[in-house]
Design a protein. Structure first.
Lengths: 230, 124
């Protein structure tokens, strides 16, 4: 690995790439490369980030064409010495690498992303067996980074599609044995732009940085809709 | 009175998709029967004009063709509706697509049934 990389950033003002030479070490992340360019070379670069540890879901972007978290992708994982970063596809661009999340958050809110249940009789929490927890726990790892929506081919053409992020979260609550809003949620996603518009390309699951498998969640949800699960 | 087109437009997507999958499965089965019958006849002779007409005049076979026509029209036009809905969005556009696909499906079934009935009655 060489000591420098060529970083190409898609700029919204010119709709073209600006190139920067960035000094790196093998543990340098793509986010650190972008921040180096922003602090030392061009202050006007727009990028969103916060936690720098794949937790907040802010720094999603296309890195060499693949939707990825910039803080979770190291330079050493990239083939070659050229790194091209672009804003995520299927999201309106605010500026440079920062995109609008309005649609993702709206679709997420629409599927009722919280548990609805009466308080338990005693002071105890709602009980759940390890098997019941296993049915949805991987889906609770979602950080709302939007990479899955960015990779989804249906999102690219259907502006009303619920999207893999919200559908995976719908599954997370539908499969939760403590929740009482299952039927309400199933009705919400049973729409002409809802769950049935997934064609199982599976690209959402390929890009998820948290090991969530939205494509599987969607198929399991379909099982509920077809009466195969209860 | 509820208009039939409105009924289709307002149907739950899961019901439509159950019909979509059901018609596909049934069509695969019936088309397989149709192809097997062609093979039983001897493939080349089966496509001769007189043989084709004779098939239409055999009521169970004409019934099979009619059912295949209905299944594939429903499945095909719903597939077209889905493709068009994903291509473009908007309430009036989506309504037009849904109504248009139902109308296309009805027209195709009517035209195909007319051919089957005419051939069956020896009018061709
Ligand atoms: S499912 Fe994965 S890729 Fe999609 S928003 Fe959640 S964490 Fe990100
Ligand atoms: S900065 Fe928080 S996920 Fe990358």
């Amino acid at each position: 690995m060489s000591d420098t990389v060529k970083l190409r950033i898609r700029r919204s003002a010119t709709d073209d790439f600006d190139e920067f030479t960035i000094p790196v070490q093998k543990w340098t992340t793509i986010l650190e490369c972008i921040l180096y360019a922003k602090y030392k070379i061009d202050h006007s670069i727009a990028v969103r980030y916060s936690c720098r540890q794949a937790t907040c879901g802010s720094c999603g972007m296309k890195i060499n064409g693949k939707p990825s978290l910039a803080c979770f992708t190291k330079v050493s994982e990239i083939d070659g010495d050229t790194i091209t970063v672009e804003p995520m596809a299927n999201f309106p661009v605010i500026r440079d690498l920062a995109v609008k999340f309005d649609r993702l958050f709206k679709n997420h809110r629409d599927i009722i992303p919280y548990m609805n249940n009466d308080p338990p009789d005693s002071s105890r929490m709602h009980l759940q067996s390890p098997e019941e927890l296993d049915r949805f726990i991987q889906f609770a790892n979602c950080i709302k980074c939007g990479l899955c929506n960015s990779a989804c081919p249906t999102m690219a053409t259907d502006t009303s599609f619920t999207g893999p992020q919200a559908l995976a979260q719908a599954y997370r609550y539908v499969a939760d044995s403590r929740d009482k809003d299952k039927d309400k949620r199933l009705r919400i996603i049973d729409d002409s732009h809802g769950i049935w518009r997934c064609h199982f390309a599976g690209s959402c699951s390929q890009v998820c940085p948290k090991g969530v498998d939205p494509a599987m969640g969607i198929q399991l949800l379909r099982g509920y809709m077809l009466g195969l699960n209860d | 009175m509820v208009q039939p087109y409105c009924l289709v437009y307002e149907m739950r997507e899961s019901h439509i998709m159950k019909i979509h999958y059901g018609t596909a499965l049934a069509a695969v089965g019936l088309v397989a029967v149709h192809i097997l019958m062609r093979m039983a006849d001897g493939y080349h002779e089966s496509l001769e004009f007189a043989n084709v007409l004779a098939n239409y005049q055999f009521i169970p076979y004409a019934g099979l063709l009619e059912i295949i026509l209905i299944l594939l029209s429903i499945h095909g036009f719903n597939g077209l509706r889905v493709i068009l809905l994903e291509l473009h969005q908007g309430r009036s556009y989506e309504k037009a697509v849904s109504y248009g696909c139902v109308a296309g499906m009805v027209a195709l079934i009517a035209y195909g049934s007319r051919t089957i009935v005419m051939a069956n009655m020896g009018m061709i």
